[in-house]
Design a protein around this ligand. Structure first.
Ligand code: NAD
Length: 556
């Protein structure tokens, strides 16, 4: 066993149609592992950290090199086993079985907490895999833009007759993830006002083209937004200010947003959220000099912030929590009705989950953007009736820069995914795409996650914490012949708070790939439909009946 320290190195996936391994399934795993660590993609590649705090692609550099070495020699009837980022064995299986099986960060229930995890991590026994970091299918910021786009689109469908065109969307926080909001809102045709205390964060979004304008006063911001309304234009404005000051000011002026949410970093009252009543510089000084006082003021400010959101909600703004724990903080600060604001998953994402819809994605192993543009045309040809999908693909082509291997994401459901996957395989077979395409998804999907504070919050039957579903998802995708399958703990919300599973399947243009794609891209969203049928969601029950998804308890 290698015990010499292996140095960090710059990693970039090979491009083109020449194999470095014994087959495209193995090659896809090799390129996607490397792509996760590409400096264009990963947050801290030297530490093997891809995204999400400490989400890693391999346990350490020795493990990384051993995975690469093994994938290069792995036969078409062998399966490599990865335990928390370390390759632990190769076993003989068969050609249609996964080439890699991955289990990351899983702990027995009673030991499943950060404390015990960190103890094991220090001993070199575990790694935090996040969701798509340790399962080798992260594609950079396109994922968060599209997820936010889809959430806003669903709000438009549910509350405004199909679209947010011309509507005023207001949110706080234009940081790392929240910075996707202005772009996602204008992609939906909305006028967007984003409040952030830190002008530098807004300026960063201006540079990346995600936000259109910056304003230093509410007057200036409202002027820009009014002009856009007159001209029938979508526009985004970043306003430098504190949410707890700006929202009450909107109330005082009688300005009620159509949609209201928040992505300030409320989950962390000390290192994230910024209290009002002082300048940002003074706040940063207080954070250093008196963390306790800072936290007290921060909590108090969150209380005011949520009180203003509740008042705007009462005045008609469609208001929802965006997964930053703001409601909990406000409740701790004494706002007893904070949870009158609904969470975004039960409100907007669950109806999509009921029909097996979720963040479906694919990556061109050639490295050639033309291959992705060819798949974009295919999507538009295959789903011409889906206006929101068409808008997303057209705008993504214009506004999203590829990071690492070119990739595309869009939300497709049960039936649609298999149809598209098989059609992509056909393009590879015909040579219209220059090398195989890898097809996968986030673990945040219809049937692959149990996470009671997020994806499975407030399930209809109270089954929020039941983790059997992601395990069944991984098992059936293995049986159906995915190229690699993973089971993780702790993604998104931390160790002990979630269980989730990933799958990736490769379209290499072969007949066997066509069969595997058809099966896996049916079983995978199929578990999503079943999970929601079982929880009693009418949409899922109707959908299962209409689509021929068999549910034993609904059969005579
Ligand atoms: P971030 O720290 O990069 O950005 C937060 C921004 O909020 C910063 O720009 C900061 O200046 C600003 N801010 C803080 N306090 C403020 C206040 N009182 N008024 C105005 N602006 C204020 O964080 P991020 O990566 O953008 O994530 C934001 C939050 O959203 C986090 O809590 C994160 O956990 C959550 N999140 C949820 C989901 C989801 O479930 N959909 C996805 C991603 C992130």
């Amino acid at each position: 066993m290698a015990d010499m320290a292996v140095e960090a190195r710059v990693v970039r996936a090979p491009r083109g149609s020449k194999l470095n391994t014994r087959g495209w399934q193995q090659e896809a795993a090799l390129r996607m592992l490397m792509n996760n660590l590409d400096p264009e993609v990963a947050e801290r590649p030297d530490d093997l950290v891809v995204y999400g705090g400490t989400g890693k692609a391999a346990r350490n550099w020795e493990s990384f090199e051993a995975i690469v070495r093994t994938l290069k020699t792995l036969a078409d009837d062998e399966t490599l086993l990865i335990q928390s980022g370390k390759p632990v064995g190769v076993l003989k299986t068969h050609e249609a079985a996964p080439r890699v099986l991955i289990a990351n960060s899983n702990l027995v229930g009673r030991w499943s907490n950060w404390e015990h995890f960190h103890e094991l991590e220090r001993k070199g026994l575990m790694m935090y895999g996040q969701m798509t970091a340790g399962s080798w299918i992260y594609i950079g910021s396109q994922g968060i833009v599209q997820g936010t786009y889809e959430t806003f689109a669903e709000a438009g469908r549910q509350h405004f007759g199909g679209s947010l065109e011309g509507k005023l969307v207001v949110s706080g926080g234009i940081g790392g993830m929240g910075g996707a909001q202005p772009l996602a809102a204008t992609m939906n045709g909305a006028r967007f006002l984003g409040i952030d205390v830190d002008a530098a964060r807004i300026e960063k979004r201006l540079k990346s083209g995600y936000c259109d304008a910056i304003a230093r006063s509410l007057d200036e911001a409202l002027r820009i937004l009014d002009d856009a309304r007159r001209d029938g234009k979508a526009i985004s404005v970043g306003l430098v200010g504190n949410c707890a000051d700006v929202l009450p000011e909107l109330i005082a002026r009688g300005v009620v947003p159509d949609v209201l949410t928040d992505q300030t970093s409320a989950h962390d009252p000390l290192h994230g959220y910024v209290p009002n009543g002082m300048s940002l510089e003074d706040a940063l000084r207080l954070r250093e000099s008196d963390p306790e006082e800072y936290t007290r003021r921060s909590m108090e400010t969150m209380g005011r912030h949520v009180e203003a959101m509740l008042e705007l909600k009462r005045r008609g703004a469609v208001t929802f929590d965006y997964g930053n724990n703001l409601r909990t903080q406000a409740k701790l600060a004494g706002v007893n009705d904070a949870f009158d604001i609904p969470g975004f998953v039960p409100e907007y994402i669950r109806p999509l989950f009921c029909v097996g819809k979720g963040p479906f994605r694919w990556v061109a192993l050639s490295g050639d953007p033309e291959d992705i543009y060819r798949t974009d045309r295919l999507v538009l040809e295959m789903f011409p009736e889906d206006a929101s999908l068409r808008r997303w693909i057209n705008l993504a082509q214009q506004r999203i820069h590829f990071q690492g291997l070119p990739a595309r994401i869009c939300w497709l459901g049960y039936g649609e995914r298999a149809k598209l996957g098989v059609a992509i395989n056909e393009l590879v077979r015909r040579g219209e795409i220059s090398a195989p395409i890898v097809i996968g998804r986030d673990h945040l999907d219809a049937g692959s996650v149990a996470s009671p504070h997020r994806e499975t919050e407030a399930m209809k039957d109270g089954s929020d914490a039941v983790a059997d579903w992601p395990l069944l998802n991984a098992l059936v995708n293995t049986a159906a012949g995915a190229s690699w399958v993973s089971i993780h703990n702790g993604g998104g919300v931390g160790i002990g708070y979630s269980h989730h599973a990933g799958m990736v399947v490769v379209a290499d243009g072969s007949d066997l790939a066509a069969q595997r794609l058809q099966r896996v891209l049916t079983t995978d969203p199929g578990t999503g439909v079943l999970r929601h049928v079982d929880a009693g969601y009418e949409e899922a029950i109707e959908f299962a009946k209409a689509s021929g998804v068999r549910v034993p308890m609904m059969e005579d």
